[in-house]
Design a protein around this ligand. Sequence first.
Ligand code: B12
Ligand code: SF4
Length: 446
Amino acid sequence: MRILFIEVDTAREWACASIGPAFIAAFLRERGHEVSLYRAGVDATPEEVAASVRAAAPDLIGISLTTRQWLRARELVSAVRADTDVPVVAGGLHPTFSPTQVLESPGFDYVCLGEGEEPMLDLVTALESGEPTTGIDNIWTAGGTRPALRAPFQPLDDMPFMARDMLDEYEGCVHMTTQRGCPFPCTYCAARMYNELYEETANYGRRRSHTSVLDELLEIQRNGTLAYVIFLDDTFTIYRRWVREFCRVYGERLAIPFSLHARVETVNESLIGELASAGCKHITYGVESGSLRVRRDIMQRAATNERIKEVFRWTQEAGIMVTANYMLGIPGETRADLQQTFDLASELQEYALDFGYFVFYPYPGTTLFRHCLEKGYLPGDYLEREANHRESILALPDLQADDIAEYYDRFTALRERQSLERAGASLSDAAQATIRESVQHIATTG
Ligand code: B12
Ligand code: SF4
C-alpha cells in the first residue's frame, strides 16, 4: 500500500520533520509498503497542498501532530479531503490527548492513540484487504468508540532504525533517540503523559541497548557522513549506569560531537566529565523558573538554584556549551516569581551560552491543563487559538497578561545584549542591527 505522510510546518526554522513518521515508515517499509513524506512548507496554500497530495496518489494519508500544528492541519486536511476520498489518520501528542476534537473535524477518519508502528500496520493491512477497520487496538475510527490500547512495543532494539529520508536531515547532522518515555512528573509536560496513558498496560519507559544505538550510528557513517549527533531523548542522563557505558563505547568507537537534554538532578561532575570525553559539546537544561516555590510546588521540579548553578559551572568547566530554558506565566506564579526567574537567568549568563524563554501554554492531557480547565483560566474559545509560546492565553488570578509580556520583552533584551556582547563591540552598527533583528525574529517565532 502507498502511504503518504504530510508534515505540517508551522515555522521556517525547524530543520527536522516529525520523528514519529520516520519510525512508522521504517516499520511499514520492512513489511513491503511504500511510504513517502510531503512537507507542507509554511508558504504552501491549502490548494497547493491538496494538489501535491493528489499528485502523489496515496492510498492512505498519515499526519503527525503537536498542538502547535493542529489548527493549520485542520485547514489543510479539510482542503485535501475536499479533493480526494483517500482516508486520513492522525497521530502524535495532540490527537492522542484531544482525540474527539480531531475526529469531529472534517476529513479525519482515524486517530491513533499513543505509539503508532503496530496500529498503523494493522490499519494498513485492514484497508488493503478490505477488512473492517474497527476493533484495531489504538485506532479510533470517526463515529466509533474509544479503542483499547496495546502495550508499548518491546524491546526497542527490535524496532527498525528510523527512515532518515523522512526527516529532512542534511550535512551529516543526525537526530537520534535512545529511549522512549521520561520518568519525571513535570506538571506542564505533554511528553510524560504517555506514562499515564499506558499506566494500565505496561511501563512506557524503555531504552535501547548500547549496541543498537552504536549500530545505527555506524550504519549512517558507513553510508554517508556522520558529523554531529543530536540526541532527542527527553532526559538523556537518566540511569547513570547506562550513560557511563554509553560514554565508554561511544567515545571508543565514534567520538563524533553530540548534544543532549538533561536535568540537573541526573548529572554529577564526574558524569559530565565522561560525557565531555565521549564528545558531548552541548547540553540543554530546563531551568524553567527562578522561584523554588514555583518549581517545586507547581511544576514538580525540586532542584535548588544552588544545584542549578553548580551543574552549569561543572558543565562549562568540562568544555560543554550550555543552553538554559525558562518558562513564564505558569498558573500560580506572581510578578515576584517572574523577577526571580529573570534574576536567575541573568546570573546564569556567566555559564550559559544561550537560553530559550517560553510563555506557558497548557498542553491537552497535562496536569496543568486540567488545572487551568477546572479553575476557568482557559478562554472559552481556546480550541480556536493558536498554541504559541509568545503570549499567554490564560486569565490568571495572580498575574496580568501585561506582566508576562513585560518579562518576555526583558528576556528578549537580555538575549539581545548577550548576543551583542558575544559578537564583540568591534562590529559595525549595521552588523549589530542585524544581530538585534535576528534575535527579535527568534523571540517572536517561539
Ligand atoms: C524532537 C522534538 C521536536 C522536533 C520534531 C517534532 C516531532 N513532533 O517529532 C522539532 C524541533 C521540530 C520540535 C518542535 C516543536 N516542539 Co517538540 N519535541 C520533540 C521531542 C523532544 C521528541 C519527539 C520524539 O523524538 N518523539 C519520538 C517518537 C517515537 O514519539 P512520537 O513523536 O510521540 O511518535 C509516536 C506516536 O506519537 C505516534 N505517532 C506520531 N505521529 C503519528 C502519525 C500517525 C499517522 C500515526 C498513526 C501515529 C503517529 O507514533 C510514533 C511512533 O511510535 C518531544 C518530546 C516527546 N518525547 O515527545 C517534543 C514535543 C513533541 N515538542 C513539543 C513542542 C511544544 C514543540 C514546539 C511548539 C516548540 C516551540 N517552543 O516552539 C515545536 C512545534 C512543532 C511543530 N512542528 O510545529 C511538545 C508538544 C506538546 C503538544 N501536545 O503539542 C513536546 C511533547 C515536548 C513537551 N515536553 O511537551 N519538537
Ligand atoms: S524532565 Fe522534561 S520530558 Fe521529563 S517530565 Fe520533565 S519536562 Fe517532561
